[in-house]
Design a protein around this ligand. Structure first.
Ligand SMILES: [Zn+2]
Ligand SMILES: [Zn+2]
Ligand SMILES: [Zn+2]
Length: 197
């Protein structure tokens, strides 16, 4: 087999949700064995962050304050044919601090126990790095994917990339400036379904 299937469910407050399916060709070198395929897949998943974050003006999944951080729960079935990765993204007001993050973590652990599911290996969580230079917090998910200006987060004037219908920008300049980076993810997107009404 030569392609990895990546299924993503992104959750916000108010029962809002988006589902995305991405596929990526597995490079020859990563097909040699399961270990190499898994390592390659995990690196790929980590590179999706920005493009998957700035897609909607999410509210925190738990407290419904504006969401600025994303908490990933990742399940990899790279031994299957075709290999698959499933990413659950919880959009939260904050991670590594405050009760919202802890609540999501506890719920997912409980679900795993109740379902009797042993939990697919390897489950990794994205550690929370400090905010970028000069910022006291991570930009809201509703901001522009390129300039991160938060005044754009709630004014509803952002438009989505016309190709993937997923990542949002404040205008054409930002979209053009981001294309070199975004195109890699953009071309992987097969479908996006919104449950936001
Ligand atoms: Zn919260
Ligand atoms: Zn912008
Ligand atoms: Zn795109």
């Amino acid at each position: 087999m030569s392609a990895l299937i990546i299924t993503i469910e992104s959750y916000g407050g108010d029962d809002k949700k988006a589902e995305m399916e991405l596929t990526s060709r597995i490079p020859e070198a990563a097909r040699a064995n399961l270990q190499l395929t898994t390592t390659w897949a995990m690196d790929l998943v980590r590179s999706l962050g920005n493009d998957l974050k700035f897609i909607y003006d999410w509210k925190c999944y738990v407290c419904e304050k504006p969401a600025g951080e994303t908490f990933y729960i990742l399940a990899a079935w790279t031994h299957l044919t075709p290999p698959r990765v499933h990413i659950f993204i919880h959009n939260l007001c904050a991670i590594d601090q405050g009760p919202c993050h802890l609540e999501v973590e506890a719920t997912s652990a409980e679900l795993k126990r109740e379902s009797g599911h042993p939990g697919p290996p390897p489950a990794i969580k994205r550690p929370s790095p400090p905010p970028p230079n000069g910022m006291t917090h991570w930009p809201l998910t509703g901001a522009c994917a390129k300039c991160w200006k938060e005044e754009t987060a709630t004014n509803g004037s952002l438009s989505r990339c016309g190709r993937c219908k997923m990542t949002r920008y404040c205008g054409r300049d930002c979209q053009v400036a981001d294309w070199d980076k975004h195109k890699k993810v953009c071309k992987m997107v097969k479908s996006v379904r919104w449950f936001v009404e």
